[in-house]
Design a protein around this ligand. Structure first.
Ligand SMILES: *Cc1c(COP(=O)(O)O)cnc(C)c1O
Length: 386
């Protein structure tokens, strides 16, 4: 079904994936099928659509697009990124163990430790940037490995192929949260992952106007199980949200190119700034994950974290309150630049001692570099850092 897409470059896939003119009108854009149910000709005789929690044509188009752009066979869309994560963990049973990254999105950490641990699922956070740590943590109960690369917010890079070699040997499900890289920069299924997870809220949507999640996989068996969970638990996105993400995906290629260009300029500028102590960005040759990033990513992205030499929280707050173009907000991946304080915002749900143990300091500042003019962005940061 998707063979014609295999020969296309990503930028072409982003525009054409899942796009079929509407058979009744010829509308080039997939309509927003704002309906909850579908009329049946006779009991159980219908056109493949019965009830919109199970199927909606706008969602079907999006799910096809997601599969194509992530080089998988099947896509599933969810009402949020954490709903997609939730569905994956519901593949497991009490007593099963998950090995996960020790530096990951705070909401993923919260879902794992505050919700699923109560249901008897065991989570073992390790430094996945060293695949040997993953191998050493496997027990007879391990069922799944959860990776995020680059990580949020420290930009750690895990070599997906190295971990996939281990999960294949032990018959474990390998999941990669590909939110930060987006399919424009990285395709984990090509590197041996079994499931790719996205917060489509971020780069896929791209315009900070929708909350959505996605899963993509190649295995029909996994797809069947995850579709069953999707319709049984009901965390499905509405048709308007599916339309917005479908539209967002069309410009993913040009947007990511601009995010990466601006990201590189700002990372280098920050690194040379006399008041900046450390910049976390995988494009630097001395970043510990640079070689792995170069191997598995097409470019290094627009997410950057940094620390000031004066690392008092007051100084950090002063800088955060002074930017104009960089809006102080959670989230990332939109066309506009955002600035965020992980310790009190996106990662506040991780206990402080846990954060510090993993290198996330109270003074860390995270940037989601947008696609404005780089000179204007630098000017804004310059007057804020002072
Ligand atoms: C935002 C985010 C999530 C959660 O997605 P939501 O759409 O907010 O539910 C998961 N992983 C990463 C890396 C994120 O940035």
């Amino acid at each position: 079904m998707f063979t014609q897409y295999n020969s296309m470059k990503p930028a072409t896939q982003f525009i054409h994936a899942g796009a079929h003119p509407d058979p009744t009108t010829g509308a080039i854009m997939t309509p927003i099928f704002q309906t909850s149910t579908y009329v049946q000709e006779a009991p159980a005789t219908h056109k493949g659509y019965e009830y919109a929690r199970s199927q909606n044509p706008t969602r079907t188009a999006l799910e096809e697009a997601l599969a194509i752009i992530e080089h998988g066979k099947f896509g599933l869309a969810f009402s949020s990124g954490v709903a997609a994560t939730d569905a994956v963990i519901k593949l497991l049973n009490p007593g099963d163990e998950v090995i996960c990254a020790n530096d990951m999105y705070g909401g993923t950490y919260r879902l794992f430790t505050k919700v699923f641990e109560r249901f008897g699922i065991v989570f073992k956070p390790v430094d996945t940037t060293n695949a040997e740590h993953v191998a050493a943590t496997i027990t007879a109960n391990t069922k799944l490995v959860w990776l995020e690369t680059p990580t949020n917010p420290l930009m750690n890079i895990t070599d997906i192929q190295a971990v996939a070699a281990i999960t294949k040997k032990h018959n474990l499900i390998l999941v990669v949260d590909n939110t930060f890289a987006s399919p424009a920069l990285q395709n984990p299924l090509d590197l041996g992952a079994d499931i790719v997870m996205h917060s489509a809220t971020k780069y896929l949507g791209g315009h900070s106007d929708v909350i959505q999640g996605a899963l993509v996989m190649n295995s029909a068996e996994l797809r069947e199980k995850l579709y069953f969970i999707q319709k049984s638990c009901g965390a499905v996105p509405g048709p308007m949200d599916c339309f917005l993400v479908l539209r967002g995906i069309k410009t993913l290629g040009v947007r990511m190119k601009a995010h990466c260009e601006n990201g590189a300029i700002i990372a280098h500028w920050l690194r040379n700034h006399p008041k900046v102590a450390k910049v976390y960005w995988p494009g630097f040759e001395d970043h510990p994950g640079h070689a792995a990033a170069k191997k598995q990513m097409r470019d290094f992205g627009g997410m950057i974290s940094f620390e000031l030499k004066n690392d008092s929280v007051d100084e950090v707050k002063r800088v955060l309150s002074k930017t104009h173009l960089f809006s102080l907000a959670e989230s990332l991946g939109g066309v506009e630049s955002l600035i965020n304080h992980p310790a009190s915002m996106t990662h506040a749900s991780i206990p402080r001692e846990e954060r510090l143990k993993n290198g996330l300091r109270d003074s860390l500042i995270r940037l989601s570099v947008g696609i404005e003019d780089a000179e204007d962005l630098i000017h804004d940061l310059d007057q804020a850092i002072g």
